[in-house]
Structures are given as structure tokens and as C-alpha cells.
Design a protein around this ligand. Structure first.
Ligand code: ZN
Length: 137
């Protein structure tokens, strides 16, 4: 049983009750019936979800994926994938350093030294045009 959706299921059931209170034969509209159908579908979906096994992780993409050890349900897949990106971002050179090399040696030299991403990030930070494979745009 997946208890994480019980609150949403309860809210959907309360909304259904409100539909029942406001639905009157003499004044019912097609739009009103459409809304009842949407709420019914949502309640059915949530009921199915509530009956499914509880998710192992707090991750929406990998609810039954492996759990990062020593965490409160963090997704090991997402943690593993996000680490290299975070490491790259930390290693990226300050924009002022990159802009200094661009001014001194040119864009190509800066790209060779820092990489295209760092050069474009520095150019954007300095309100300059982005670099292209053939130099400045
Ligand atoms: Zn994940």
C-alpha cells in the first residue's frame, strides 16, 4: 500500500462529494458532468496508486529504484547521475579569468584552455556575444 497518495485520494473523494451536493437535475450542465468525470477519473487513478506498493525512494522518476545508502530515501540513480555535473560545475573557471584570456589571447585560446561551455558562460556573464566553432558570433 502506498500511503503517500492517501491525502490526494481523500481530497478527490471530498471533491466528488461536493459535486454530489451541487448536482441538480434541473440545472446540471454538460460542463458540470465533465468536471465530475474528471474528478472520478482522478479518484480512480489515485485509488489504484494507493493500492500499489509503497515507493522505495522519494524520486518521482525512479520511485522503485535503488536507495542511496545512509539517506532517507534519496534516489541512487539520480544522485549518481548528478554527481559528475556538480563536479564539472565546481571546476569551471571564474568568468573574469576566462574573459581575461579572451581579451589577451583570443576566443580560440580561451576555448582550448577552459572549454566551450565555460567560454560561453563567461561571455554571457560579461554580456558579450556567444562563441561559435568559427569564433565570435
Ligand atoms: Zn531518480
Amino acid at each position: 500500500m502506498n500511503r503517500t497518495v492517501i491525502g490526494d485520494l481523500a481530497a478527490a473523494l471530498k471533491a466528488l462529494g461536493e459535486h454530489g451536493d451541487s448536482l441538480i437535475a434541473a440545472t446540471a450542465t454538460p460542463e458540470q458532468l465533465h468536471q465530475v468525470g474528471d474528478t472520478l477519473a482522478r479518484a480512480r487513478r489515485l485509488l489504484t496508486d494507493a493500492g500499489a506498493p509503497a515507493p522505495k525512494t522519494r524520486c518521482r522518476r525512479h520511485p522503485n529504484g535503488p536507495v542511496e545508502p545512509d539517506t532517507d530515501g534519496d534516489c541512487l540513480l539520480c544522485r549518481t547521475r548528478s554527481k559528475p555535473t556538480a563536479t564539472l560545475a565546481r571546476r569551471e573557471a571564474p568568468a573574469a579569468d576566462v574573459l581575461g584570456v579572451i581579451d589577451e589571447l583570443g576566443t580560440d585560446a580561451a576555448i582550448r584552455r577552459y572549454g566551450g561551455h565555460a567560454v560561453n558562460a563567461a561571455l554571457a556573464a560579461g554580456n558579450r556575444s556567444p562563441a561559435t566553432p568559427w569564433g565570435l558570433a
